[in-house]
Write a protein that binds this ligand. Structure first.
Ligand code: IMP
Length: 191
């Protein structure tokens, strides 16, 4: 029997992306009720993923999956980190602020991090998975694909920014792709 897994996000784009990762998992994904909003009060990606999964599960009585992600820049001591989405009003504001704060710093090393958490219907966290993708921050945007900080995040092994990659290539090396790939076998075992 197919089991239902609620996605603790208000973003239909994220539901679609999770569906692509979990297509063969045997779980049917549904979106959380719009009116149920969970504030991200944690100071780590793991804390935020767990609190979103746990609170939505308890409120709805469903198995629930949540993720939290962001960009950590080495020379900025890990900023913007859990504040990545709140670093500015729009993607271009956030990129401009980051480039301004980094200035002409020589150390451009950075990483994207994603933590995914699964909660049982009573809110207990049973699975957690983390994915990391290392890269470098360029001094100007390159590419039109993706979202968020993608145009300034350069992956040296591919000589491309996330925004210059096909969605398939980005999925295969991204923080989110790695977190979901690691989770899949354990999620299948839970069915
Ligand atoms: P959240 O996981 O929905 O809280 O969003 C985290 C924020 O981190 C997003 O709004 C983006 O600004 C940034 N972010 C997370 N993953 C990516 C990515 O794959 N590319 C670009 N930006 C990302």
């Amino acid at each position: 029997m197919t089991k239902i897994l609620m996605v603790a996000t208000g973003n239909p784009g994220k539901l679609q992306e999770m569906q692509a990762y979990l297509a063969d998992s045997g779980w049917e994904l549904i979106l959380k009720p719009e009116e149920l909003e969970i504030e991200e009060t944690g100071d780590t990606f793991a804390a935020n993923a767990c609190l979103k999964a746990s609170q939505v599960a308890q409120a709805t009585g469903n198995w629930t999956i949540a993720d939290d992600s962001g960009l950590q820049v080495d020379a900025l001591h890990g900023a913007p980190g859990v504040y990545s989405a709140r670093y500015g009003k729009t993607d271009s504001d956030r990129i401009a602020r980051l480039l301004h704060e980094l200035g002409d710093e020589i150390n451009r090393q950075a990483q994207f991090v994603c933590v995914v958490a699964i909660a049982t219907p009573n809110g207990a966290i049973v699975l957690q998975s983390e994915g990391i993708c290392r890269g470098e921050i360029l001094s100007a945007s390159r590419g039109d694909g993706g979202f968020g900080y993608d145009p300034i995040f350069y992956v040296p092994e591919k000589q491309l920014t996330f925004a210059e990659m096909t969605p398939e290539l980005k999925r295969s090396l991204s923080h989110r792709g790695k977190a979901f790939t690691a989770l899949l076998p354990q999620l299948e075992a839970l069915k």
